[in-house]
Design a protein around this ligand. Structure first.
Ligand code: NAP
Length: 339
């Protein structure tokens, strides 16, 4: 019996320390106390997880918050809860399904017609490791929602963002981008065997490439764009993975796992930092690992891939045909590496 005491107590101490220290080692809170009274912030996928906590804190800081979600019942309930907690009445639920380009267009049209300005756009919604589902328009679900939906949305809101300068676009990516590859021959997994993990990594790499190319195209306009990996956060993102699907892992390993990863409240801090911090004024085209600027993976620095992804994405979502394709800002000056 006594031979188990030492290993058990070491194990217990390690777990205890990990739980106590996790909030510190995973980034802590946004250091800026900036308020955003009168500023309009759009957050996609804001009914739960990181998006909901981001909406709540930005509402607390005085923002006019528009939550773009696919399920209006969940969105209204979250908006109501946030209004109650923050006593900010300017928190609105608005329908947005990023798996439908029609829905993205309707959402953007409503914003362009009804909002006087858009100061911050947080492209937060995401789906991870789902089965080989397709969006309404026939795109791979992860590429369609995580990249193409946000690509179209951002482009359709660019005029409004430019009218509202200084304004910011924040793209939620993931450290998973480091093992991502963009397969230009088969972006939507129509030719090769579907690999859900690689599909997620591709979509998250696309988020960083999009950030860098958009920053280049927006140089000198007063609209900045940055990408952020929020850290490992206990949300429902892993709902399609075996950890959530099996009874044993969701009931036994799940609670243990959530003790070791950070809360959605802390997971929202990087998005809040990028949205409000005075330190980020004029900063564009960067990648943040939680709240620290880092160099993304080499394939995310490939300028030719970023340009090509932009062109292909424009064609896929039908922007090119309509002349809404934002190449007008591509001056010689703006073709330099983002700051
Ligand atoms: N959690 C992490 O450890 C982690 C790590 C790295 C990066 N991230 C990134 O952080 C972002 C937020 O993730 P999370 O952890 O907060 O995940 P989450 O709790 O699963 O929240 C994801 C949000 O996206 C929404 N969404 C999914 N498909 C959508 C669609 N077609 N249209 C509109 N909204 C849609 C979800 O709506 P429903 O509730 O209706 O499904 C939900 O509101 C994602 O981009 C993710 O890739 C998270």
């Amino acid at each position: 019996m006594s031979k188990y005491i030492l290993p058990v107590s070491v194990f217990g101490t390690v777990i205890g320390c990990a739980v106590l220290l996790k909030n510190h080692v995973t980034g802590g809170r946004c250091p800026s106390k900036a308020t955003i009274n009168g500023k309009t912030v759009i957050i996609t996928g804001a009914n739960t997880g990181i998006g909901k906590e981001t909406a709540q804190e930005l509402a607390k800081r005085g923002g006019r918050i528009i939550m773009g979600c696919r399920d209006m019942e969940k969105c209204e309930a979250a908006a109501k809860e946030i209004r109650g907690h923050t006593l900010n009445p300017h928190v609105y639920a608005c329908h947005l399904d990023l798996a439908s380009m029609k829905s993205v267009r309707e959402f953007a049209e409503r914003i362009n017609q009804e909002e006087q300005h858009v100061d911050v756009l947080i492209n937060n919604a995401g789906v991870m490791r789902c089965p080989a589902w397709k969006t309404e328009d026939g795109f791979d679900m992860q590429f369609g929602v995580n990249h193409l939906g946000h690509f179209l949305l951002t482009n359709l809101l660019l005029d409004k963002l430019k009218e509202s300068t200084p304004s910011r676009v924040i793209n939620l990516t993931s450290l998973a981008h480091i093992i991502g590859k963009i397969d230009f021959e088969d972006l939507n997994w129509e030719k090769k065997k579907f690999d859900t993990k690689q599909a997620y990594c591709q979509s998250k790499l696309a988020n960083v490439l999009f950030t860098r190319e958009l920053a280049k195209r927006l140089q000198g306009t007063g609209v900045t764009v940055n990408a952020v990996h929020p850290g490992v956060v206990a949300t429902r993102l892993g709902r399609h993975t075996s950890l959530h699907q099996s009874q044993f892992s969701s009931s036994v390993l799940g609670p243990f796992f959530s003790l070791l990863v950070k809360s959605p409240k802390l997971g929202a801090q990087p998005s809040i930092y990028l949205a409000v911090s005075e330190d980020l004024e004029g900063v564009t085209g960067r990648y943040y690992d939680v709240m620290t600027e880092k160099e993304p993976a080499p394939q995310a620095l490939d300028e030719e891939a970023a340009r090509r992804l932009w062109e292909v994405s424009s064609q896929l979502v039908g922007l090119e045909e309509e002349g809404q394709y934002h190449k007008s800002n591509l001056s010689a000056e703006s073709q330099s590496k983002p700051a």
